[in-house]
Ligand binder design. Structure first.
Ligand SMILES: Nc1ncnc2c1ncn2[C@@H]1O[C@H](COP(=O)(O)OP(=O)(O)O)[C@@H](O)[C@H]1O
Ligand SMILES: [Mg+2]
Length: 317
C-alpha cells in the first residue's frame, strides 16, 4: 500500500487534537510516525480509492420515493455535460433508472448480476456523450439470494467497480429502497453515500437509520483500509421541497440532526409535471426545459464537485 507523510503539527490540526497530545501519542507508539531531520511526520496509508481517482457515490436510503433514481439520472447527466466521464449503475431490480433512460429491453447478463456469480461486469452501454449505464433487470433480485448463500460476494461489486475507476470520473450507483444485502453491496462499493431526503417527518425519521447504517459501513471499510474519509454520508439532498413554513421546520430539524458533520445540499423543489414529463420522454429532467430545475441541479453538482476536490486534497493526492 502506498503511503504519505503528513507533518505531525498538520495532522494534529486536521484531527483536532492538541499538538502536545499528538507528540505524546507518537512517544507512546500510538500512531505511526517517522522523524525526518528534526520534524515528526505521521505515516498514513493512501487508501485504494484515493490512488485510482474516480469517485464512487451510491444514492442510498431505504425510503422509497425519496428521489434516488431521479437524482442519479440528473446528477449523472449534469456531471457528464461538464465533461466528466460518468457511469451510472442501476442496482434496483425495479430498473427505473434503466427504463427512464430508454433501456428496457436488456438481458440479465447486461446487469451487475454476473459479479455475484463469479463473472465480470458487462460492458456499459452508452447513453449520452460521457454518460454510460450498466442497466438493471427484474432478475437482479436473484443477487439477494446469491448474497445470502455466498455473503463474501458483498464486496464483489466494490472490486468490479474499482477496476473502472480509471475510466470514469464519477460512478453513481442507484441503490434500491431496502437495507438488505443488495443495498449493502451498493453502499459498500462506494467512497460515500448521497442520501436524498424527502422533506417530511417520515423522511427525517428514515435519515436517522441511514446515518446509523452508514456509520457502520464506514467503520468496516476503514478497518479494511479501503476508505479513509470521515463521514460515510457524503451529502444529504433534501427533495420534494415546496417552500412552505413546514418545509423550513423540517430542514431545521434535519440540520439539527446532522450537525456540522454532513453537508446538506440546496433543496430540490417538488415539480410533479416536469418530472413526469422527463419520465415519459425518457430524458433527464434538465432537458424538459425548466430553467429553475436546471439551476437547482447545477447547484447540487457544484457542491458535489467541490466536496470531491476537498476530499482529494484531504487525502493528499
Ligand atoms: N423534485 C421532484 N418533484 C416531483 N416529483 C419528483 C421529484 N423528484 C422525483 N420525483 C418523482 O417521485 C417519484 C419517486 O422518485 P424516485 O427518483 O424514483 O425515488 P427513489 O428512487 O428514491 O424511489 C418518481 O416518480 C419521480 O419522478
Ligand atoms: Mg429508485
Amino acid at each position: 500500500m502506498r503511503q504519505k507523510l503528513t507533518p505531525l503539527s498538520e495532522w494534529a490540526r486536521r484531527e483536532d487534537i492538541p499538538h502536545s497530545t499528538a507528540r505524546k501519542m507518537v512517544a507512546e507508539g500510538r500512531i505511526r510516525a517517522q522523524k525526518i531531520g528534526d520534524r515528526w511526520y505521521v505515516v498514513e496509508d493512501i487508501p485504494e480509492d484515493a490512488i485510482k481517482g474516480g469517485m464512487v457515490l451510491t444514492l442510498f436510503t431505504h425510503a422509497g420515493g425519496a428521489g434516488k433514481t431521479s437524482l442519479a439520472r440528473d446528477l449523472g447527466f449534469e456531471l457528464a455535460s461538464r465533461g466528466k466521464r460518468v457511469l451510472l449503475v442501476d442496482m434496483d431490480p425495479q430498473a427505473n433508472l434503466s427504463a427512464w433512460l430508454g433501456f428496457e429491453d436488456v438481458g440479465e447478463r447486461d446487469t451487475v448480476l454476473p459479479v455475484f456469480e463469479g463473472a465480470d461486469l458487462p460492458a456499459p452501454k452508452g447513453v449520452y456523450p460521457n454518460l454510460d449505464l450498466i442497466p438493471s433487470h427484474v432478475e437482479l433480485a436473484r443477487g439477494e439470494v446469491s448474497l445470502s448463500r455466498e455473503p463474501h460476494n458483498t464486496f464483489a461489486l466494490r472490486a468490479a467497480l474499482n477496476a473502472l475507476r480509471e475510466r470514469y470520473d464519477y460512478i453513481l450507483v442507484d441503490s434500491l429502497p431496502s437495507l438488505g444485502s443488495l443495498a449493502a453491496t451498493a453502499a459498500l462499493a462506494a467512497d460515500g453515500l448521497v442520501v436524498p431526503v424527502e422533506l417530511s417527518r417520515k423522511g427525517v425519521q428514515a435519515l436517522g437509520t441511514v446515518i446509523g447504517v452508514a456509520e457502520a459501513y464506514g467503520k468496516a471499510l476503514m478497518r479494511m483500509r479501503l476508505w479513509s474519509g470521515r463521514f460515510f454520508v457524503f451529502l444529504v439532498v433534501p427533495t420534494h421541497a415546496e417552500g412552505t413554513a413546514r418545509d423550513r421546520e423540517v430542514l431545521r430539524l434535519l440540520q439539527e440532526r446532522l450537525g456540522e458533520k454532513v453537508p446538506v445540499a440546496p433543496a430540490l423543489s417538488r415539480r410533479p409535471a416536469v418530472y413526469r414529463e422527463a419520465q415519459t420522454r425518457g430524458i433527464p429532467v434538465q432537458l424538459v426545459g425548466s430553467p429553475e430545475v436546471v439551476a437547482e441541479l447545477r447547484g447540487v453538482a457544484d457542491l458535489v464537485e467541490s466536496l470531491v476536490k476537498k476530499r482529494l486534497e484531504e487525502v493528499g493526492v
